[in-house]
Design a protein around this ligand. Structure first.
Ligand code: AMP
Length: 286
């Protein structure tokens, strides 16, 4: 496994891989790796001769300085896991490698409402930071395939839009959410849950599952209300529970005529903010 900290050294290596005709798969992460990340890397390894994993805690996507400060960082353990997983290349840049002083900010496409709803409403500026760093990393790595997790459904929608609008030559693959045995979506933030909140947190996934059938009998806003009530009753503080069109992320008004429906939620468990989602309907899958 090769570990690079600078853009130049990474690019020299990747140029050799390309010259050998190898396909490059890319999994960007912020480290503190868990089985969710490893699944993305496995998927990349199945499809590409060379898998690159980046570890970079991107400051521009944190709208809260304390959240950036508290974000878990476990580089030694991450490298061990990546070695065991069979990753070919790890890219661990510093802030100045990704954002060289004096370099202009990326010109990003207009995301319409995609970056303003759901997470965008509660974390202003978050997706501009995400789009900025993914665009920079794609420019640096120039992979054939980019693999991202459904856990961050809105993030995938935004990056899909970015790739389409800028005509970037990369295939985007969305990998399913990996969960703990009790259903809690794996997240680097889970380590910060105290034992009581860790015990309550699985209700997030239960709620995403429990209320799906209700959409057949109740209007979406009513179902959202029931779900919010269940989350609150469990001692968590839900920020939103929204039933949205899986393509536009707009609220669903007519479930019957919407091809893809996703329920998305963000919940505070103590001082840890968790997000999760479940695809409730997908007519585009045979
Ligand atoms: P992060 O390090 O949190 O920025 O995540 C890096 C990538 O891993 C993103 O594409 C996430 O969507 C994905 N990811 C994080 N958690 C999970 C999970 N539990 N299951 C699948 N993918 C995940």
């Amino acid at each position: 496994m090769f570990v690079f900290k600078t853009v130049d050294s990474l690019q020299v290596h990747l140029a050799r891989c390309r010259a050998r005709g190898q396909r490059i798969g890319f999994v960007p992460t912020m480290g503190a790796l868990h089985a969710g990340h490893l699944q993305l890397l496995d998927l990349s390894r199945q499809n590409n001769a060379c898998t690159v994993c980046s570890i970079f805690v991107n400051p521009t996507q944190f709208n809260d300085a304390a959240d950036l400060e508290r974000y878990p960082r476990t580089p030694g353990r991450d490298l061990d896991l990546l070695e065991q997983t069979g990753v070919d290349v790890v890219f661990m840049p510093g802030v100045a490698d990704v954002y060289p002083p004096g370099q202009q900010d990326e010109l990003l496409p207009d995301f319409g409402s995609l970056d303003k709803v759901l997470e965008g409403e509660f974390r202003p500026g978050h997706f501009t930071g995400v789009a900025q760093v993914v665009k920079r990393l794609l420019d640096i790595v120039a992979p054939h395939q980019l693999i991202m997790g459904q856990k961050d459904y809105q993030q995938v929608a935004i990056i899909r839009h970015l790739i389409q609008q800028l005509g970037l030559p990369v295939e985007l693959v969305m990998a399913p959410t990996v969960r703990e045995e009790d259903g809690l979506a794996m997240s680097s933030r889970n380590v910060r849950l105290d034992p009581e909140m860790r015990q309550r947190a699985p209700v997030i996934y239960q709620t995403l599952r429990d209320f799906k059938e209700m959409l057949a009998t109740f209007p979406p806003e009513a179902v959202e209300g029931f779900a919010m009530d269940q989350l609150s009753a469990s001692g968590l503080r839900p920020e939103y529970f929204e039933i949205v069109d899986g393509d536009t992320l707009e609220p669903v008004t007519h479930p019957g005529s919407t091809a893809r429906i996703v329920a998305c939620t963000a919940v505070w468990a103590g001082d840890v903010r968790l997000i999760d989602n479940l695809i409730w309907k997908d007519d585009t899958l045979g």
